[in-house]
Design a protein around this ligand. Structure first.
Ligand code: ADP
Length: 248
């Protein structure tokens, strides 16, 4: 692996119709790290994640993915993105869990023809997230936590190196959430880089290697202990301490 970070943002700014959502943000995501991205509602987290993945282009500044300028990057199967909304169709489609996970393999096939190796990769991914026994169930019959595992398995089957997750456990019960974050820890232990948007600060300080806290601008980018000790949280969230009280 090269020594360049997986993602590098330099002085990145992005506005919707002249209203800045991300302003002058510089940060890196290093190979194999688990970065937690926090900030109040509407603070630009989803926009920042999209900028990182090249899904939107910055108005100013520079974005690099895997050491290349993001607009030249064309190795999409290295990226796994589980957005808050894009999973809507799959959630309700009458297809099986195995079929959803198999979708991750198609970019690796010639003309969509699956071989034995592809089927093995799908099976391994199902086992890694511990939903192999659910593989013939329809995706829309699964619980929220199980569905998130299926979407992660899809990106694993596709051999993604970078997994980007936008509030993946909204509507998932507490036990399944804990299990889900333990799974993310296992993935980073295996060398997969994770960027997670999460509203529960406690989860992020428990699991992430580093935290980026934004409210349009970057308020903190560093380890969880430094984040807890700093006043970045209070500054970024302003007087909205409800979220802070819910943290640990
Ligand atoms: P977060 O993920 O932290 O909730 P977002 O990145 O979704 O924040 O949004 C940041 C700001 O940009 C918000 O004020 C939001 O209303 C605005 N915004 C997000 N998406 C769009 C869009 N497609 N068009 C216009 N404004 C948008």
């Amino acid at each position: 692996m090269s020594e360049s970070p997986i993602v590098r943002l330099e002085d990145v700014t992005f506005a919707y119709d002249g209203r800045p959502a991300v302003e002058d943000v510089s940060l890196t995501v290093e190979d194999g790290e688990f970065l937690g991205l926090v900030g109040p509602n509407g603070s630009g987290k989803t926009t920042l994640l999209k900028l990182m993945l090249g899904l939107v282009a910055p108005d100013a500044g520079r974005v690099e993915l895997f050491g290349e300028p993001v607009d030249a990057f064309d190795d999409g199967e290295r990226l796994g993105y589980v957005s808050q909304h894009s999973t809507g169709a799959e959630r309700t489609m009458p297809i099986t869990v195995r079929e959803v996970v198999t979708m991750g393999r198609y970019p690796h096939t010639r003309f969509g023809r699956l071989g034995r190796h592809d089927r093995e990769m799908v099976q391994q991914a199902l086992e890694r997230v511990e939903i192999a026994e659910l593989s013939d169930r329809r995706i829309n019959e699964l619980s929220g936590g199980q569905k998130q595992r299926a979407f992660i398995a899809r990106t694993l089957a596709g051999e993604a190196d970078l997994l980007a997750l936008d509030e993946p456990t909204v509507g998932v019960d507490a036990d399944s959430r804990d299990a889900f974050y333990t799974l993310l820890d296992e993935l980073t232990d295996r060398g997969i880089t994770v960027v997670l948007i999460e509203h529960d600060i406690g989860v992020v300080t428990d699991h992430a290697d580093r935290i980026a806290c934004i409210n349009r601008e970057l308020y903190h980018h560093g380890d969880p202990a430094g984040f807890v000790e700093s006043d970045a949280l209070a500054r970024a969230y302003g007087t909205n301490s409800r979220l802070i009280e819910h943290g640990h």
